[in-house]
Design a protein around this ligand. Sequence first.
Ligand code: ARG
Length: 482
Amino acid sequence: MAKTRKNKTKKKRVANKMWGGRFASEPAAIMEKINTSIDFDRHLYRQDIAASKAHAAMLAKQRIIGADDARKIAHGLDTILSEIGSGKFKFKRSLEDIHMNVESRLGELIGSASGRLHTARSRNDQVATDFRLWMRDRIGELDALLAGYQQALAEKALQHAGTVMPGFTHLQSAQPVTFGHHLLAYVEMAARDRGRFADARRRLNDSPLGAAALAGTSFPIDRHMTSGALAFEQPMRNSLDAVSARDFVMETLAAAAIASVHLSRFAEEIVIWTSPLVGLVKLSDKFTTGSSIMPQKRNPDAAELVRAKTGRVIGALDAMLVVMKGLPLAYQKDMQEDKEGTIGALEALALSIDAMTGMVRDMEPDTARMKQAAGMGYATATDLADWLVRTLKMPFREAHHVTGRIVAKAAETDLPLHKLPLAEMKKIEPRITPAVFGVLSVERSVKSRTSFGGTAPKNVRSQAQKWLKTLAKEQGEQRNRP
Ligand code: ARG
């Protein structure tokens, strides 16, 4: 009887075979529940296995482990990669995270050689390495998605370089612009978003591997070798920093949050434009949904959801900043909270970019309504003031005042500016000639705005073409990359 009890205790001692040596009993169920991260860090399995393979190869080359063991480890890791890829792998919450799930399975596959893999390494440098590699992959995907979004925008912009629409400030009619010009504004924003991601990628692409728990290791490892094998730029110079730094997460999320806000602003415009009260743009059935009670409805759900998903991305950034703000060096378990929100946020962003690209391709402006709306609200008043300055050499402030009085007159009689009789204008400024009517139409207005970056169709056409050329060139370069 006593003997059996003793055996039982013995069994409990190895409850966690990865770190259970000094533990007498198993963790409480709630401990296991709060501690586990496998439900989300399983997303990192490819990176975890790649990093382990690089580490094992380095250990062998440095004669820290035998060549035979290294071969077994590499082979076992390849098997695990395909097991996970094909859905055959059994993830265990009791093994906490991806690192221990993989290592434990490696033990089942190759036996004692597996125990040599974790030499001169800790989960602290391991997780930092995995997450950097994962982030690098995601940034690559987001960049490609943003490029596709830019392409869709630039194509539509070229098609509508001369389509006049109302330009707004304060959501009030301001000056006519072209639809193409409006779309190209988002191409520019996406370009800066891509730039921010590229910057984040450049800074995160240093290798923490080999920093071990926090202090480095006494084994003669070659960190340059693992860094090179994993296509990092260089090993991180300080082991404490290597395991503690999460600014790469915050920085990427900051870039993601800004990109999301850009998409959300555009999504909001689509919601406004497609409202029957406005009616500047139509989305096809592909990007609208109906209402279960109101048969007439065509709701821009995709745009609304893009607008809403911004909350997740900003939330993830916020959460990350809060998690990190009080953490002393080096690794703290708090950092495990870096993954779940980030993974979800970048997924939401990818989906949003995709949905916006689809909507851009799908949307059709109502050109007649746009043109009509462009002239509403005396949107060419600035053109009249500019004409007074140019032709009558009037100071702009005075021209502004004169134009204001002419607009007031037109409003009194409920006429658009170009329909107001010359005689009425002359009552306010006698030197006005019939030539003024040449600048009062919305087409003439946009055509005249040829200043660099202005909305003139000819500018818009050449900018759209420039973007399409740049994007095609980028794509060609990507295809030619080894
Ligand atoms: N699952 C952990 C994380 O994501 C891995 C590192 C654990 N390190 C440790 N010393 N407990 O942060």
